[in-house]
Design a protein around this ligand. Structure first.
Ligand SMILES: Nc1ncnc2c1ncn2[C@@H]1O[C@H](COP(=O)(O)OP(=O)(O)OP(=O)(O)O)[C@@H](O)[C@H]1O
Ligand SMILES: [Mg+2]
Length: 281
């Protein structure tokens, strides 16, 4: 199957600086969730900006559904209507006076009819559970609320690929859970999700695929494999996910069946052990 988005021999150097990385190859399969991990300063944000057309590769190319991106206006518009980046800091993204205006900006800019804009904005606000904030001035919102508005702004464009730079950083635990549920729903509806994170447990829980950037090399594969590779994770200054570690111990003690999948949540442990997940509440 043709990847929805891919990078080929990708290299990038900021002006006057040594290359952040060279010759990276990454294939993002449609409908999947991909977690991008790696230590501070390794180039995760740079890679996400390249994937969305916010930066132009110094070397190599980005392809949208197999077609190399052209960096003229039409090519960039095509890329950006398909691939939406949500920046780590919402203050780099929000600029309109109130929430509704901010979330409307993308659809209005696409030239959509007023009724379509209205429907998309209502859906995006509802998906991020911020309908009640629609008329609030953006500068009076909390950090977590601003982050939700930034994500809603991307959702209103109905991208094929939603790219999020550290989306859970700064969210409270309930906010993280709500975001994971929203991402799972978007994925079920067909959106491809790419997100960078330093949280291996979170990545193991929601992503099927992983890309670990360490020392200028991008390692890619199934999340369940990469996120249990202790030497790779140590090179990326990360800890292994708890689920596979706990799963290994419980299998060794016969508590989990030999072929049971690794737990991703406490509820999974109960289910694997024949109990109802309701026992947690
Ligand atoms: N605008 C810029 N100009 C010059 N160098 C930059 C610029 N932005 C980032 N860099 C450098 O590029 C490298 C990669 O930065 P990047 O922000 O992509 O890392 P990251 O993996 O996202 O890190 P973090 O986990 O801290 O967010 C770093 O060495 C950084 O200092
Ligand atoms: Mg970053």
């Amino acid at each position: 199957m043709t990847p929805v988005l891919s990078a080929h021999d990708l290299g990038y150097s900021y002006e006057g600086s040594a290359p952040v990385f060279r010759d990276l190859t990454l294939e993002i399969r449609p409908g999947r969730a991909l977690a991008v991990l790696g230590p501070n300063g390794v180039g995760k944000t740079t890679l996400l900006r390249l994937l969305c057309g916010g930066l132009r590769p110094s070397h190599g190319e980005i392809r949208l559904r197999g077609v190399p991106v052209s960096y003229h206006r039409a090519g960039l518009t095509e890329l950006r209507t398909n691939v939406q980046l949500v920046l780590q800091d919402p203050d780099d993204q929000l600029f309109a006076a109130d929430v509704r205006q901010d979330v409307s900006f993308g659809p209005v800019n696409l030239g959509l009819a007023a009724a379509e804009v209205h429907g998309r904005v209502a859906d995006a606000l509802s998906a991020m559970e911020i309908t009640v904030l629609a008329d609030r001035p953006t500068h009076l919102l909390s950090f977590g609320q601003r982050k939700r508005v930034a994500i809603a702004g991307a959702l209103a464009l109905r991208p094929a690929v939603l790219v999020l730079d550290e989306p859970t950083a700064g969210l409270d635990p309930a906010g993280v859970e709500a975001l994971l549920m929203t991402l799972a729903r978007l994925q079920a509806e067909g959106t491809t999700i790419v997100a960078s994170t330093h949280d291996v447990d979170l990545a193991h829980r929601w992503a099927q695929d992983a890309a670990v950037l360490a020392g200028g090399v991008l390692h890619t594969g199934p999340a369940a494999e990469l996120l249990t590779d202790e030497s790779l994770l140590a090179a990326a200054r990360l800890r292994p996910a708890w689920g596979p570690v706990v799963g290994r111990v419980l299998r060794a003690h016969g508590v989990l069946a030999a072929d049971a999948p690794d737990p991703r949540t406490p509820a999974d442990l109960l289910v694997a052990n024949g109990s109802s997940p309701g026992a947690l509440s």
